[in-house]
Ligand binder design. Structure first.
Ligand SMILES: Nc1ncnc2c1ncn2[C@@H]1O[C@H](COP(=O)(O)OP(=O)(O)OP(=O)(O)O)[C@@H](O)[C@H]1O
Length: 811
């Protein structure tokens, strides 16, 4: 044992060498002492580690260090924070330092020995290290090497890269090997195919034999499910089947089964089938007949055929008897006559005289004019005025008024009216409904005794009811055109004029009275007028009258009519011969005829119709409630009032006068008229609403008709029946409160076959009519529906009656 060794052992209870350090530290500076103490501690730990390693404590150390390998993650987690991570790193570095220190313990010992040598102790002789100690040192070194080593991230990445490179290299080698094998196999297979082809049929037979043998072998209990291929390669049965299928076309296609409830179209092919064959250029040119022979189609020589035909023709003429020739001629004539007859019968109705019109012609005729009728015994419509059977005097007046041809509603309603049948007439706006009830009415009156001093006190023969004063006055003007030449008197009884004045007008009696329900009821109540001999009643725009709350007034008026001439509520009411007959020969009294006309006929009118009409014939032109086809309907989605005004001003500049602007409020009428008049565009606007005096209302309308004003701003008062020639544009500044009013409003333009434009400003407040409006616009070929309306929720389902108004307070 050396002295140094004895030094190691000097410390009581301390580790070997520990005491020596302590002794040395005592003789040094405090700093040095501190450092050495740390060194000691490190050595102390190393010592303990090495001792642990010996007594099996290595496992615990391994586990700790393996945690460190994982990047200190676990230790970081364990210690719960970044600082602890840093600590762990520090401790690792520390340990690493310790390890390197311990690995160079030999040098350390030498240093220590030198230190010792430098001490004042007597100089010790350099002794070579003992075998025992060397072994111990080696062991320690080995242990130190076995200790897990901390690797930096970069090092780990480098190792991973190396490992990956090795793997890739190994994989590449395997692939290369496989590729070579495959190439060899392919070459061998090609050689075999080549050999087989050379042997041809025999080789196939051989192959079949081989397969048969294989099968036989199997059936003989040979469980081996493989046979040898031509090159001696052992083929499994499945492989043989696959080869057979592939080369002999034995592919068994799975049949497509169509399930009963499968609504989808089932294709004949599977999704994985190759259907691209049609793209093959071979199939792009389908087979067509080939020209061959002597350049003729399918080898037929037409010249040859012709000459042969001539031969047979000649044979026929020479061999035929005279009788046969005559018969052939006769048959030819018969066929020609038949054809002519068919052609003649199939002429257009306009080419036929009335007596040659057949049922089919009338059907075509009605289709041409979109006439549809309901109710029994409907007479044929009128093709021309001359065929109408009207009194020549009436015809003369019609010609004088300038109605060249009857309009669709006139074609059907007039003959029904002439049969003294009750009628409900529905036709689009501006289609001439007024004349369709006026003309039969005049004819009807012409068959009654002339009014004289005796009978004029019993009141008029005919009564026309209209919802608004303007409409009543307009009907009066229209009636006067016909009535005056025929010598009939016509008086209008409407509000806004003095009753006395109207009574004065009737002083000489009047065959025809045109009235609004309110004023007429007033007159009847005041006994200014009686309806004792009134036998012809017209309710124009009947739906509007009910809408405006005139139903009770209308009932009152109709109940004031005589009941003695009421039609029976039986099939007789449909019998023209009975209805045209005078009830009383002596007085010439006739059955009462009641008619209703409108462009729209909502269900509410049915109540009135049921009560006062007897077996009416219902004549509809086109579709009931349909907007006139000659009007181009446009809808603009605008809610902002200022934007509406700007747009309106733009439109007024664009279109020629006369123009009608509809609003829902009286005050809006005046406000817009003021705006137009002050715009400086040279446009003059007048207003028409219920707040104006009758004089002002009439003046506004007459100014528009005469051209003195270009724009009429009106409420729904002017919405119905008002007939102003050539209105080019209707603006619904406010959307109408219901679809019927809308239809009538836009019907102020595009009248009597002329075209017109209607622009509607639709706001978010009009959702109640969105649905009906969308439906109406959809039916029209000329309408444009904005997407905001088309896709709006309110336009999807029918809403409530919304703004449908009762009463005439607002007009
Ligand atoms: N057969 C005809 N030939 C030419 N013009 C006609 C004919 N019948 C009527 N008219 C003219 O057509 C215009 C519209 O007629 P009318 O006012 O009777 O239509 P309407 O169907 O009653 O319209 P609304 O439903 O708006 O009241 C009028 O100017 C009228 O003079």
């Amino acid at each position: 044992m050396s002295g140094r060794q004895s030094d190691y052992r000097r410390g009581p209870g301390g580790p070997p060498g520990g005491g020596g350090y302590r002794d040395r530290s005592r003789s040094r500076s405090p700093d040095r002492n501190r450092r050495d103490t740390g060194r000691y501690r490190g050595n102390d730990r190393d010592y303990r580690d090495s001792r642990d390693g010996r007594d099996g404590g290595r496992d615990s150390r391994d586990s700790r260090d393996s945690r460190d390998y994982r990047g200190g993650r676990d230790s970081r987690d364990d210690r719960g924070g970044r600082d602890s991570y840093r600590d762990s790193r520090y401790s690792r570095d520390d340990r690493a330092g310790d390890r390197s220190e311990s690995s160079s313990k030999l040098d350390g010992h030498q240093d220590t020995a030198m230190d010792v040598d430098q001490s004042p102790a007597p100089a010790a002789r350099k002794v070579p290290i003992s075998i025992e100690e060397l072994i111990k040192q080696k062991e320690q070194e080995k242990l130190a090497l076995e200790k897990p080593k901390f690797l930096t991230k970069e090092q780990r990445a480098e190792i991973a890269m190396e490992k990956r490179a090795k793997e890739v290299e190994a994989q590449r080698k395997i692939q290369e090997q496989e590729r070579q094998q495959r190439a060899e196999f392919d070459a061998k297979a090609r050689q075999e195919i080549h050999d087989n082809n050379r042997y041809g049929y025999d080789s196939r037979i051989n192959a079949r034999d081989r397969m048969d043998r294989a099968k036989a072998g199997r059936s003989n209990g040979d469980s081996r499910e493989e046979s040898k291929g031509p090159s001696g390669i052992v083929l499994a049965e499945k492989e043989i089947e696959a080869v057979k299928k592939h080369y002999m076309g034995l592919e068994d296609k799975e049949r497509k089964v169509r399930k009963r409830n499968d609504k989808k179209f089932v294709f004949d092919w599977n999704a994985d089938d190759d259907t691209s064959r049609d793209l093959n250029p071979i199939y792009s040119h389908r087979h067509s007949a080939q020209l061959f022979g002597r350049g003729h189609f399918a080898g037929i020589d037409l010249k040859d055929h012709k000459s042969r035909d001539q031969f047979y023709d000649k044979l026929l003429t020479t061999r035929r008897s005279d009788a046969e020739v005559a018969r052939a001629g006769e048959l030819g004539d018969i066929a020609a006559r038949k054809e002519r007859k068919i052609n003649y019968a199939d002429r257009h109705w306009s080419d036929k005289p009335l007596d040659q019109m057949r049922e089919r012609d009338w059907r075509i005729f009605k289709e041409d004019f979109s006439i549809s009728c309901k109710g029994g015994s409907i007479p044929n419509p009128i093709r021309y005025w001359s065929e109408s059977g009207l009194d020549p005097k009436v015809l003369a007046v019609i010609a004088k008024v300038g109605y060249k041809d009857p309009s669709a509603i006139q074609r059907q309603a007039i003959p029904i009216g002439l049969q003294n049948r009750d009628i409900i007439g529905i036709a689009e706006t501006g289609s001439g409904k007024t004349a369709s009830f006026l003309i039969p009415m005049l004819q009807f009156i012409s068959e009654l005794p002339k009014l004289n001093e005796q009978n004029m006190v019993h009141g008029p023969y005919a009564l026309i009811l209209a919802p608004t004063r303007e409409l009543a006055q307009q009907i009066e003007q229209e009636t006067l055109k016909f009535a005056v030449p025929l010598g009939y008197n016509c008086v209008s009884i409407v509000g806004g004029h003095a009753v006395e004045e109207q009574a004065f007008n009737m002083r000489n009696g009047a065959e025809i009275i045109i009235a609004t329900p309110g004023r007429l009821k007033d007159c009847l109540e005041r006994r200014i007028l009686v309806l004792n001999q009134c036998t012809y009643v017209v309710m124009d725009e009947a739906d509007r009258m009910i809408d405006m709350g005139f139903e009770t007034d209308v009932n009152f008026i109709l109940d004031a009519l005589p009941v003695s001439n009421l039609k029976p509520d039986s099939d007789e009411a449909e019998d023209a011969s009975k209805m045209t007959m005078a009830i009383d020969e002596e007085s010439g009294k006739k059955y009462r005829q009641t008619t209703m006309f409108s462009a729209t006929m909502p269900a509410a009118v049915e109540r009135l119709a049921k009560r006062y009409l007897r077996r009416p014939a219902v004549v509809t032109i086109g579709t009931a409630g349909q907007a006139v086809e000659t009007v181009h309907q446009k809808v603009e989605m605008i809610t902002d009032e200022n934007k509406k005004k700007n747009k309106m001003m733009e439109l007024l500049k664009e279109f020629a006068a006369p123009i009608i602007v509809f609003v829902n409020q009286k005050k809006s009428c005046d406000m817009l008229a003021k705006l137009i008049n002050s715009s400086g565009g040279g446009l003059k606007a007048t207003t028409l609403h219920g707040g104006k005096s009758q004089e002002q209302r009439e003046l506004a309308l007459s100014q528009l008709k005469s051209g003195a004003s270009q724009v009429l701003v009106a409420t729904d008062v002017a919405g119905r029946g008002i007939d102003v020639q050539n209105v080019s544009l209707v603006i619904n500044f406010d959307m109408a409160k219901n679809i019927e009013d809308y239809t009538h409003r836009i019907g102020r333009t595009g009248r009597a076959g002329k075209s017109g434009v209607a622009v509607t400003f639709l706001s978010t407040y009009d959702t109640d009519v969105y649905y009906d409006l969308k439906q109406l616009l959809t039916k029209s070929a000329l309408a444009t529906i904005p997407n905001e309306l088309k896709n709006h929720e309110a336009a999807m389902t029918k809403g409530g009656i919304g703004g449908r108004r009762r009463g005439n307070d607002e007009f």
